[in-house]
Design a protein around this ligand. Structure first.
Ligand code: NAI
Length: 244
């Protein structure tokens, strides 16, 4: 059994680095044509060229008109979007007492509103073709909350509610919508932590290690494929068993 996405077009937001880049790489590996999206056109094109089988697009996903233009641009260049992965996300952490309105708005606009706009824009084409896969990247923090992350946790919990509503609205058109909620994933950020801090973190995880970006990409590729054709409205925590 192989994951085969030949002939499918996938759009992955925030795919110039980290988890998004690995997802783009995995989907190309399964045969999809992938739109690599970042804020900087040159960077997006460079990453797309490195991955191969991908094209680069610039978009600030915090700006609704840019998201609509992005989807239109991708569909014109690569064809109708079959797979949408809303991965781009930011943090603006602070305890609530010190959290500014701007930090709340920026996180909600980038992490949650962008996904709503992108889904609303791709859904028309998916409905026509009666096939679509929407995968939203949340976080375990959206399930359990976290001190200093009221805005981020709210945006990720919001993605879960959005995904379940989308799953119900679009199921009759064979458009599936699921959530992947990563735990602690090894990225540039965790690489900068001390060995001791990483060890302390790993001790809270039943599998005893941080996740890799490939651990997330594998689940996303599965959810994008025919093998997941009876799965919608679900949240997949990919966290080494930390939250259960
Ligand atoms: P990252 O910071 O390495 O990459 C985020 C990507 O989003 C970058 O390519 C960035 O350019 C893009 N981005 C941010 N704001 C943007 C905007 N306004 N317009 C366009 N692109 C924008 O993050 P990482 O670690 O790869 O995370 C990816 C997703 O996974 C995020 O949604 C994050 O919340 C989530 N996540 C990550 C975890 C981790 O341990 N790294 C844990 C749980 C969830």
């Amino acid at each position: 059994m192989k994951i085969d996405l030949t002939g499918k077009v996938a759009l992955v937001t925030g795919s110039t680095r980290g988890i998004g880049r690995e997802i783009a790489h995995a989907l190309v590996g399964c045969g999809a044509k992938v739109a690599v999206v970042g804020r900087d056109q040159a960077k997006a094109e460079a990453v797309a060229a490195e991955i191969g089988g991908a094209a680069g697009f610039a978009c600030d996903i915090g700006v609704p008109t840019e998201v609509v233009a992005l989807v239109e641009g991708v569909e014109k260049a690569l064809g109708s979007c079959d797979i949408l992965v809303n991965n781009a996300g930011i943090t603006r952490d602070n305890l609530m007492l010190r959290m500014k309105d701007e930090d709340w708005d920026a996180v909600l606009e980038t992490n949650l509103r962008s996904a709503f706009i992108a889904i609303r824009t791709v859904q028309r084409g998916m409905m026509k073709r009666r096939w679509g896969r929407i995968i939203n990247i949340a976080s375990v923090v959206g399930l359990i909350g976290n001190k200093g992350q009221a805005n981020y946790a709210a945006s990720k919990a919001g993605l879960i509610g959005l995904s379940k509503s989308v799953a119900k609205e679009l199921a009759s058109r064979n458009i599936l919508c699921n959530v992947v909620a990563p735990g602690f994933i090894k990225t540039d950020m965790t690489d900068a932590m001390s060995e001791e801090a990483v060890k302390a973190l790993a001790e809270q995880i039943p599998l005893g290690r941080l996740g890799s970006t490939a651990d997330i990409a594998g689940v996303v590729a599965f959810l994008a494929s025919e093998h997941a054709s009876y799965v919608t409205g679900q949240v997949f925590t990919v966290d080494g068993g930390m939250v259960m």
